[in-house]
Design a protein around this ligand. Structure first.
Ligand code: ATP
Ligand code: MG
Length: 445
């Protein structure tokens, strides 16, 4: 993409309404624009990152054997009356009447709808196990929408639902989700720690929240510092292998890590003092096993192997796709702007032409642009007639992990400069070598 042909409305001023760094940078980098309280338009740059995060979530869900689909945002109140949650949900639920005076609502989540789909179509245990998911906009009329996309009213969520014959199978689904979530967050360059949590209105005895440590997080968390040494990494996993998935769950949840809702001082005190941490975190996902709560309320039964009709065991699992943009920025920025992890960056690398209009510099940028594109990469070429300082400031603000700087002086020696956004370190090399290096970096992502 050439910047002169793109839509990147960066702001010079720091918007005064933004209280936390991710919100400020998302506004300043022209990623989002507030449409009304807690509701945002996703401008091209923000939309690009949103799509990349969504793609990682899809990849990892599909890898785990979960099946993508799409349910509507608007739902009929009827199903929610059946489950008993129409009243439970309170004012967070946006209730709407259609022209026939029928009660509708903008879905805050989808347990009812998916259970209805299940009971209408599945009647035998032979069709189990089954996990369906979608990535869809949700609406929750939060009392205090704030921090930009972090606590919106309209937000994008991946929500998945498993249906199993037995509790044991459903707990395997739970473990499978935990593993797939660990992989997803790591691909986004994030450490998200599973912590024991509280069921809330969705209910359930087994539930973990995934938290990204950040001072601006809304949750208070208590954990054993050893947990931050764990990484999932490149290990191979067979998602059908119950024991393997369970071992990962045990590895990642055996140390003390809880949100304030389930925190227990007495147990926490058993952690050696030097490892006890009290901090803040951003919830970027949650997994639940809730047994037969919805299937019993809504009659989602299957015929078991002995011919008897039994309610299925279910769980639901959510990832805050749009909140993740904020969480990633909170975890990865400096005073100049965002620093995107390679896994989610909107463009793979920036090209800065120090002297736009100089025939040699222009030609070198063009051929670099072509070389990167030919390698399957997407560069953002700053081809504006602007001074170098302004171009660098824009690149630093929007946070592309790599920048190639091209200028007449370097070109006399046959070199351009490759700079890491994270370390600020630069290296001179030929344009071909720079393109090859960038391609090599992304080959491993
Ligand atoms: P919170 O405690 O932050 O209100 P929640 O526990 O009610 O969230 P879940 O029902 O677990 O949310 O939804 C799954 C994920 O969706 C959450 O882990 C979070 O990342 C995201 N999410 C929830 N509410 C919002 C919101 N208002 N804005 C953006 N993302 C949200
Ligand atoms: Mg939650």
């Amino acid at each position: 993409m050439r910047l002169t042909r793109y839509f990147l409305p960066v702001l010079k001023e720091t918007p005064s309404e933004a209280q936390i760094v991710s919100h400020r940078y998302m506004l300043r980098a022209g990623m989002i624009k507030q449409a009304s309280a807690g509701i945002y338009s996703w401008l091209p740059l923000g939309y690009k990152v949103l799509r990349r995060i969504e793609q990682i979530v899809h990849d990892e869900q599909i890898r785990a054997g979960h099946i993508p689909m799409l349910m509507p945002t608007l739902q009929s109140a009827e199903l929610w009356r059946e489950s008993g949650r129409y009243d439970d949900y309170g004012q967070e639920m946006l209730r709407i009447k259609d022209r026939h005076d029928r009660d509708m609502l903008y879905g805050p989540t989808n347990e009812e709808l998916i259970t209805d789909i299940f009971r209408s179509n599945v009647s035998s245990y032979r069709d189990l196990p089954l996990t369906l998911y979608h990535i869809q906009w949700k609406f929750r009329d939060e009392i205090r929408p704030r921090f930009g996309v972090m606590r919106g009213r309209e937000f994008l969520m991946k929500d998945g639902y498993n249906f199993d014959l037995t509790k044991e199978d459903a707990l395997h689904a739970y473990n499978r989700h935990l593993v797939s979530y660990l992989r997803s967050y790591e691909r986004m360059g994030l450490q998200a720690i599973p912590m024991r949590a509280d069921g809330g209105p969705i209910g359930g005895d087994y539930t973990h929240e995934f938290l990204v440590l950040a001072e601006t997080g809304e949750s208070e968390v208590f954990y054993d510092s050893e947990i931050t040494d764990l990484t999932f990494g490149e290990r191979e996993i067979d998602y059908d292998d119950h024991a393997q998935c369970k071992a990962v769950l045990e590895e990642f949840t055996s140390r003390y890590a809880r949100t304030d809702e389930t925190h227990d001082e007495a147990i926490f005190a058993e952690v050696p003092e030097e490892r006890r941490r009290v901090a803040r975190g951003i919830e970027v996902g949650q997994i639940f096993y809730f047994g037969t709560k919805y299937s019993e309320a809504m009659g989602a039964n299957v015929q078991g192997p002995d011919g008897q009709s039994v309610p299925v065991h279910m769980g639901s699992h959510g990832i805050g796709v749009s909140r993740l943009l904020g969480a990633i920025i909170e975890a990865s920025h400096d005073d100049k702007g965002i620093i995107w992890p390679e896994g989610v960056t909107p463009f793979h690398c920036g090209i800065v032409n120090l002297k736009q209009g100089d025939a040699e510099a222009d030609a070198a940028c063009e051929s670099l642009y072509k070389a990167l594109t030919a390698k399957g990469l997407e560069p953002l070429y700053d081809d504006r007639k602007e001074r170098a300082g302004g171009k660098f400031a824009t690149m630093d603000l929007i946070g592309l992990p790599w920048r190639i700087t091209v200028g007449p002086r370097g070109l006399k020696n046959g070199v351009v400069e490759l700079t890491s956004r994270r370390t600020g370190e630069s290296e001179e090399m030929s344009p071909e070598a720079a393109a090859a290096r960038v391609a090599e970096i992304y080959a491993g992502v």
